[in-house]
Design a protein around this ligand. Structure first.
Ligand code: GDP
Ligand code: IMO
Ligand code: MG
Length: 431
């Protein structure tokens, strides 16, 4: 009895990396950097709405559905049940990687329970956005919302269904249902070519290992192998806790690891929360610290703040500690990872929002209706005015920059364990 308990207590846990802002914090880079510490890497939610950038050895890769642990040795990378998969985009991604010498067929595993994005899901995404007019979400147009809608309403198709003899019939039923909606929205479309590509791509999918990923991961933990879960999007885009309705359609928060991989809550270990030293957002929705002036344009220009996949301009603003503390609370973050501070190397003054004023009242809580009339209350910091990209240890950082980090640690109560000072794998300072 005693021995069993000891085994249970020491059993390996899943560590989690997730974004604390509105996505694009640099998750791909950090997963790649941390993968050498792990034996399995797994994506738990989202789909090709993600664009995760990795840079090393002078090469740059953008991953959308494939986990960012794929470049560090032959370890298993898993697309979990919580992910929605577009076979066409997945094929493009996998073929590009194969061309550059990264064959994934032996090390990429796909959950039978991951849901398939159908061609009509993409069309529905466009049709719903068009119907919303000026209130549109600004989605990535990848069919994410309609696919999760079908999942929750129990009408979805899963990767495991590819092996069913009646796969085509089930597809036709789903398509007919979607076409009825599209007709009611008066939305013009032609999916002939897309559909052909999709059927070819689902055949292509079959060469990968299609598995019961919940068993794979729990067996790995039982065998004392370490697992890293990779989030997509960010906490403020979470369907429950983000700035609803301007959110994505999945749970991007830590709880999503449990449902998206089949891992029990007590098996969650470290939670690495990633944030930029400032804030960005792409798509519509409230953004309290957004800058519409030259400083915002400077952040965008120096930080290359354009969507990794869509090329859309990212909106830029100051770091928002009200939102960051909210995200830390929801996720139970144990370690912070700060990205892209180098973008502000030349700034005279750097501002951080520590509270909001809403209708004349001060609050440090992220409100239910995050609206545009929130006035952030700022604390100002002297800029460090030197090139952080030359620093390779924490001690080499200028005092002004250390003060910025220490302030964030004091306010949040969580240590900043990794500081990224450039896009390359090597431009990473671990404390
Ligand atoms: P993700 O979606 O969270 O993986 O982030 P994205 O890849 O969409 O966006 C992050 C961008 O910032 C990418 O272009 C990265 O190459 C880049 N990047 C990551 N870390 C740093 C950093 O510390 N400094 C700079 N200047 N760029 C970074
Ligand atoms: P990564 O993983 C930034 C945003 C979209 C839109 C909203 C809903 O690279 O950080 P969706 O297509 O999901 O229905 O769009 O969410 N969005 C992202 N923004 N980074 C992402 O992913 C995003 N994925 C979705 O711009 O506002
Ligand atoms: Mg991104």
């Amino acid at each position: 009895m005693c021995i069993k308990n000891t085994i249970r207590i020491t059993m390996k846990k899943v560590d989690v990396i997730l974004g604390l802002q509105w996505g694009d914090e640099g998750k791909g880079k950090v997963v790649d950097v941390l993968t050498p510490r792990y034996e399995v890497v797994a994506r738990f939610q989202g789909g090709p709405n993600a664009g995760h950038t990795l840079e090393f050895n002078g090469e740059k890769y953008i991953l959308r559905s494939i986990p960012s642990g794929i470049f560090q040795g032959g370890k298993p990378n898993i697309i979990g049940n919580g992910v929605v998969l577009d076979a066409i985009l997945f094929r493009g991604e996998a073929e590009d990687l194969a061309k550059s010498g990264h064959d994934l067929t032996k090390r990429l595993f796909i959950s039978k329970k991951a849901h398939l994005i159908l061609p009509t899901h993409r069309i529905l995404d466009a049709a719903y956005e068009a119907a919303k007019g000026s209130a549109k979400i600004g989605t990535t147009g990848k069919g994410i919302g309609p696919t999760y809608t079908d999942k929750i309403s129990r009408n979805g198709m899963r990767v495991g269904d590819l092996l069913r003899p009646d796969f085509k019939e089930v597809y036709e039923q789903a398509k007919a249902r979607h076409e009825q909606i599209l007709r009611s929205l008066n939305f013009e479309y032609d999916i002939t070519e897309l559909e052909k590509q999709w059927f070819d791509a689902v055949e292509y999918l079959k060469q990968f290992r299609i598995i019961d990923s919940e068993y794979f991961i729990n067996n790995a933990l039982a065998e004392d192998r370490s697992v890293l879960a990779e989030g997509a999007q960010g906490t403020l885009l979470d369907v429950d806790f983000g700035s609803y309705p301007f959110v994505t359609s999945s749970n991007t928060v830590c709880a999503g690891v449990c449902t998206g991989l089949g891992v029990a809550p007590r098996r969650i270990g470290e939670v690495y929360g990633i944030f930029k030293a400032y804030c960005t957002r792409v798509g519509s929705g409230p953004f309290p610290t957004e800058l519409f002036d030259e400083t915002g344009a400077e952040l965008r220009r120096v930080g290359h703040e354009f969507g990794a996949v869509t090329g859309r301009e990212r909106r830029c603003g100051w770091l928002d500690l009200v939102a960051l503390k909210y995200s830390i609370m929801i996720n139970g973050v144990t370690q912070l990872i700060m990205m892209k501070s180098d973008v502000m190397n030349d700034f005279e003054t750097i501002r951080v929002a520590t509270a909001y004023e809403i209708n004349g009242e001060r609050t440090e809580e992220f409100p239910f209706g995050v609206s545009d009339d929130i006035k952030p209350i700022y604390v100002d910091f002297e800029g460090w005015k030197c090139d952080l990209r030359n620093c390779r240890t924490y001690d080499e950082f200028p005092e002004a920059f250390k003060r910025y980090i220490e302030f964030i640690e004091q306010e949040t109560g969580v240590p900043v364990k990794i500081v990224s000072v450039g896009p390359d794998r090597d431009e990473t300072i671990v404390r």
